[in-house]
Write a protein that binds this ligand. Structure first.
Ligand code: DHB
Ligand code: FE
Length: 296
């Protein structure tokens, strides 16, 4: 029995805002949405069986909590509580996100001392980038519930305004988060989630761009060749996966936190799903378990 916290699994998923709207309006069984939500049914069962004590949720804000006034590259949430953002139609009717102050403070200390100059956030709202992945994995919540089922430590990454961080830096940050979590002297089960993507472009002449082959190859390489994938330049993401496809660099942070990047065994693919379309994007989803933690 470990006396320290451990990263047991990583979860990857798109965050399309219309998914949240479909759930909030009870339209998940509409013909358009049914195949998308079917791809997350086993994920919710997996989450019931593998419920962690805390989630480090890597996501991007879409000019809701942040703006062009200040652009942190990597911002760690150290607050006790985050309310859903008002993205123009009022805040989503979902519970507040409760943080994990002690683990977040430890991650901040450890990761900054490993030479990553994080921004620390003690007050912010969280937009669809964070709440839609929670909805997909935990299912509908009573809006009046005091919180989501699991405490969440948000890690907001700038992928909205260039310059954005490199894939290599994202992978390294994941490795640093792993060292931070595993040096926390409480035996917590921690998951790291990487969210956003897959291929999509929301504006300009290429609006609506979807690249299925590239998306599938990205997931193949994320599983089997994360170091090689982390060397891929930004231009490749934007050319092949559209301007918003760059959100996918965030998946490399969660991948970097897995055991095999730290001398451990390869992860087990507990679930893989891909679906087109959801709004303007392709939806990709993976669950990877660390080998000493596989449930099957
Ligand atoms: C859409 C997708 C996104 O990732 C986002 O942040 C906003 C909108 C879309 O497909 O509409
Ligand atoms: Fe987005």
């Amino acid at each position: 029995m470990s006396t320290h916290a451990r990263i047991t699994a990583s979860v990857y998923t798109s965050h399309v805002p219309a998914i949240g709207v479909a759930m909030d309006q009870g339209r998940t069984q509409d013909p358009y949405w049914q195949p998308l939500f079917a791809g997350y049914e086993s994920s919710r069962r997996w989450m019931d069986a593998n419920r962690p004590d805390a989630i480090v949720l890597v996501y991007n804000d879409h000019a809701n909590a942040f703006s062009l006034d200040m652009i942190p590259t990597f911002a760690l949430g150290t607050a006790e509580r985050y309310e859903p953002a008002d993205e123009g139609w009022g805040p989503r009717a979902v519970p507040p996100v409760l943080g994990h102050g002690e683990l977040a403070a430890h991650i901040a200390q450890s990761v900054i001392q490993q030479d990553f100059d994080l921004t620390l956030i003690n007050r912010m709202t969280v937009d669809h980038g964070l709440t839609v992945p929670l909805s997909l994995m935990f299912g509908p919540q009573e809006p009046a519930a005091p919180s989501w089922p699991v405490p969440v430590i948000p890690l907001a990454v700038n992928v909205v305004q260039y310059p954005v961080p490199s894939g290599r830096r994202c992978l390294q940050l994941g490795q640093a988060i792993r060292r931070a979590v595993e040096s926390f002297d409480t035996p917590l089960n921690v998951q790291v989630w990487g969210t956003g993507g897959m291929s999509h472009q929301l504006q300009g002449p290429r609006a609506g761009l979807i690249n299925r082959e590239w998306d599938q190859a990205f997931m193949d390489r994320l599983i089997a060749d994360p170091r090689g994938l982390s060397e891929m330049p930004h231009l490749d993401y934007v050319r092949e996966a559209g301007s918003e496809g760059i959100e996918l660099v965030m998946w490399l942070i969660a991948r970097g936190a897995m055991a095999d990047l730290d001398g451990g065994g390869a992860p087990r693919v507990a679930h893989r799903f891909y679906h087109v379309p959801a709004s303007n994007t392709a939806v990709g989803h993976l669950i990877l378990e660390n080998p000493d933690h596989a449930t099957a």
